[in-house]
Ligand binder design. Structure first.
Ligand SMILES: Cc1cc2nc3c(=O)[nH]c(=O)nc-3n(C[C@H](O)[C@H](O)[C@H](O)COP(=O)(O)O)c2cc1C
Length: 348
């Protein structure tokens, strides 16, 4: 059933588990890789020590795996923009007694760096993927130097062509249905964003490199439709969020299982970049779209404090409830079973 192009990925089944910062680690990645898919380690919110521990676990398994990084342009801290944002959040900052002066002003997430490349070189992961473009050419070359496969997300044909041109071995076509952050990096115009199938077809028709389809995929029929349209594999995130090995927190799990889970929105309020989330106070009362949000990832500092304060009193009002449009496909089962379900192979 598999497209011949799958053979260019070091996996048996055409299922890549999306790297999902904050909700999973090597537990999920190991389960997916052991089942024949490609497990991913999301580095964006890990310290160097945590990343090294996770890579060591993957390496010890002898299985193929992917390590993922953000590679955004770090923002300039503009105090007036932060002030406007904190003013917008003031009803809730006041409610939780969080004076603006206590809010950190420095970016909480750093893009892929030479130090990251040094750490990776100790483990030589077989696949490294990026979100928000690609790092500088010398860093891409270092990964290729140990035979690492370089992948990155595109949200338009233009981005896909840019990535292939700059050395991506595989392009991940991330459709508008996808959960979490959109990988959009060449434009800020959301009118350019396409559904997964449309973007996949455009990429397959115009690029030489293998294309992975991502966004809103939750059933074997959807996987097969992507493979039939020429995808080398699919990348699936949301569908794994209720699996036993995911570290999805209780607030997020409850939202995914709630009546209103199917109401998802593109919102910029959690970080400053567009991302798909289920509804909560942050999404419906501050967003989904805010014109005073500071640049990624600076919006997240105040939101992180609000999240912590609200969760401490049992509320998910500020929790980023990342989800694609496919959350009805989530299930409280082992990830290996989900991989087999998606790939359409017999359950053991
Ligand atoms: C909870 C969550 C966290 C995510 N974090 C990342 C990340 O750290 N890096 C990344 O490249 N993509 C991230 N994504 C986006 C995925 O790469 C992928 O595009 C998405 O999961 C595909 O759509 P789906 O969730 O509908 O399957 C995340 C997605 C979700 C749902």
């Amino acid at each position: 059933m598999f497209d011949q192009r799958t053979m260019q990925l070091p996996i048996r089944l055409p299922i890549v588990q999306s790297p999902m910062a904050g909700v999973q680690d090597a537990d999920l990645a190991l389960a997916v890789s052991a089942a024949g898919g490609l497990g991913s380690i999301p580095a964006a919110m890990m310290s160097a020590g945590q990343l090294a521990d996770n890579m060591a676990r993957m390496q010890a398994s002898g299985l193929a795996y992917n390590v993922n990084f953000f590679c955004h342009q770090p923002p300039k801290v503009k105090l007036d923009a932060l002030e406007a944002w904190h003013k917008r959040l003031s009803p809730w900052l006041d409610k939780y007694d969080l004076a603006s002066k206590n809010i950190p002003l420095e970016p909480s997430r750093q893009p892929f760096s030479a130090a990251n490349a040094d750490l990776l070189a100790q483990f030589k992961p077989p696949v490294v993927s990026f979100h928000f473009g690609l790092p500088a050419a010398d860093l891409v070359a270092r990964i290729k130097g140990w035979g690492g496969l370089v992948m990155s997300s595109a949200t338009t044909l233009e981005e896909a062509e840019w990535l292939a041109d700059k050395g991506a071995d595989v392009v991940i076509a991330q459709g508008i249905e996808a959960g979490g952050h959109r990988g959009i990096f060449l434009t800020a115009d959301l009118a350019t964003q396409l559904p997964t199938m449309e973007l996949l077809q455009a990429c397959v028709a115009n690029l030489e490199v293998p294309i992975i389809a991502a966004g809103g995929i939750g059933t074997q029929a959807q996987v097969q439709a992507c493979l039939d349209a020429g995808a080398a594999a699919v990348q699936v995130g949301t569908t794994f969020l209720l699996c036993d090995e995911a570290a999805t927190n209780a607030f997020h799990r409850r939202a995914l299982q709630s009546e209103g889970a199917n109401k998802t929105h593109l919102t910029n309020v959690f970080s400053g970049r567009p991302a798909r989330s289920m509804e909560n106070v942050a999404v419906t009362e501050i967003g989904p779209w805010s014109d005073v949000v500071p640049s990624f990832p600076l919006a997240g500092n105040a939101m992180g404090l609000l999240r912590k304060a609200a969760e401490a009193v049992g509320k998910d009002d500020f929790t980023p409830l990342w989800s694609g449009t496919n959350n009805r496909a989530c299930d409280t089962i082992p990830a290996a079973q989900m991989v087999r379900r998606l790939a359409g192979v017999e359950d053991k």
